[in-house]
Design a protein around this ligand. Structure first.
Ligand code: ADP
Length: 485
């Protein structure tokens, strides 16, 4: 891994604060493991609360000048960062595989997706429009402008170490905010590499500070208690999101929350079944199922359930499992031992409530955190497994009888992030898409992510949107100026 060697040799596995790469104040480090071997590959500085506050100092100091920088300057930094990420795509992909485990082809796709956020927000940076209205009473002009909200905390998960970071950094830079990124402690290396690229692209010191930390709750708590912090953008579990919202409430910090999902995948009797299976493989197996928008529950009409389940099982059984860097690998390991234990438990709970393993169902006998692609048929609609986020390569299939029943089953969750439906009937597609309680609906598509689209959830899946113009609006405050002339 050439990029890892380069980062380590130049001290860029340390904290980035105010443009300096520095060790943690108490010299703490995090060991980064390769999930395909469970062996350490790197040591990264693990920030303390002192370091976190030093990062807030740096972001606050850089704030006024960056807020006053020209939109064109911010746009060009982002555009150069897109070019550099694209040039270094192979090296970045290897680094992602090293710390996160996914198959190399998927890591390359992630780098391309991640870089697109920089290209998209390079365009948005110069389109921060306001508005002018004559008041209905004719007594004044109502001017609205959108100003950078200020110092922002960005917290990212381990599943897409590059894309979850660029999806937050891109719009924050475009809006003119300064920030502190706390990447997941399982995957801090990619975030540090992206920060280094932004420095090369001309991002001024202090605009982006990176503080990996194994003490996330203390470090984030200290930053949220600091009056200079105005924004929190979090991607992770609903449980942690709830804790952070409570902490943010003390100082009324504006929050964007991308939380857990429990995506239904509906297959109607009039669907093209082969296309539905192809879409299911993407929606379920992208990132090995370790995605908040992964299809989590398959609801299939009784007339096509056995055909769909058989074809899905065949496709799942044909997947090549192995270390991510092996070119023949299609599915890498899970992130850690806890995730592997979770999969074993999902299978046990499913079969305990009447489910039947159609393929897979166990962990291969090898080191690392691997699990075999699994389909479980005949699931009872009220099984506990259908209420939880699986976050791995297991597809539970439930049979339904009517469209209304399918919609009720899909909506029977506290979550509302992604959803998917397959049907050949356009009217049904639009009717069901409108009735589903989710922030995103894939219609005859298993892949929905796009930097130009508003990504986000309803119900307990989150607050706010990322990507699209809305993603930049999350880092802006509206100011109304009443004027008379
Ligand atoms: P996942 O581990 O599935 O990504 P988490 O919600 O546990 O989901 O973690 C998402 C991010 O939130 C990670 O960067 C993690 O370090 C951080 N995190 C976890 N717990 C806390 C907490 N109590 N306070 C602040 N950040 C946290």
């Amino acid at each position: 891994m050439a990029l890892l060697e380069e980062l380590a040799a130049s001290g860029k596995t340390r904290l980035l604060i105010g443009g300096d790469w520095q060790p943690a104040s108490d010299q703490s480090t995090i060991q980064v493991l390769d999930p395909s071997t469970a062996e350490p590959i790197a040591e990264v500085a693990s920030g303390s609360t002192t370091d976190a506050i030093a990062a807030v100092d740096a972001a606050a100091a850089a704030g006024p000048e960056w807020a006053a920088s020209s939109p064109r300057q911010r746009s060009e930094v982002l555009r150069r960062a897109f070019d550099l990420m694209t040039e270094r795509s192979d090296e970045l992909a290897e680094l992602i595989v090293g710390e996160m485990g996914k198959a190399l082809a998927e890591a390359k796709a992630e780098v391309a997706y991640a870089a697109e956020f920089f290209r998209w927000y390079s365009g948005e940076a110069v389109r921060n429009a306001g508005s002018l209205l004559t008041a209905p009473g004719g007594d004044k002009r109502i001017i609205s402008v959108h100003q950078p909200i200020g110092v922002s905390i960005l917290i990212t998960p381990w599943n897409f170490p590059a894309a979850m970071a660029t999806r937050k950094i891109g719009p924050a830079i475009a809006a003119g905010c300064t920030m502190i990124l706390k990447p997941a402690s399982d995957t801090p290396l990619t975030a540090l590499a992206v920060a280094d690229i932004l420095g090369t692209a001309g991002l001024p010191d202090g605009v982006l500070n990176v503080v990996p930390s194994a003490r996330s709750s203390k470090v984030v708590g200290a930053m949220l208690a600091d009056d200079r912090v105005r924004k929190l953008s979090f991607t992770g579990s609903t449980e942690v999101g709830r804790i952070l919202l409570e902490q943010a409430a003390a100082r009324i910090v504006k929050c964007s929350m991308e939380l857990g999902g429990n995506a239904p995948f509906l297959v109607f009797e009039d669907a093209d079944i082969d296309a539905a299976v192809d879409g299911a493989m993407i929606a379920k197996m992208r990132n090995g199922g370790q995605s908040c928008i992964a299809a989590n529950r398959f609801y299939v009409h009784e007339a096509v359930a056995s055909d769909f389940s058989r074809k899905l099982s065949q496709a799942m059984a044909s997947i090549q499992v192995g270390p991510g860097l092996d070119p023949s690998t299609q599915l890498g390991p899970l992130i850690n031992q806890a995730a592997k234990n979770d999969m074993i438990e999902v299978v046990e709970t499913s079969t305990g409530s009447g489910g039947r393993v159609l393929t897979g169902g166990d962990a291969p006998d090898r080191p690392g955190f691997f699990f075999t692609p699994t389909v479980i048929g005949d699931m009872a609609p009220d099984s506990d497994v259908l209420r939880r986020e699986i976050f791995g390569p297991i597809a539970p299939v439930v049979t339904f009888h009517t469209e209304d029943e399918a919609i009720d089953l899909a909506n029977n969750t506290i979550h509302g992030l992604a959803s998917y439906l397959y049907t050949g009937n356009l009217a049904r597609a639009m009717r069901v898409a409108e009735a589903i309680e989710a922030g995103m609906v894939g219609v005859n598509r298993g892949l929905i992510s796009d930097p130009a689209a508003p990504f986000g959830g309803v119900k307990q899946s989150g607050l706010g949107r990322e990507g699209s113009h809305e993603g930049m609006a999350e880092f802006l405050e509206t100011k109304y100026i009443a004027a008379d002339w």
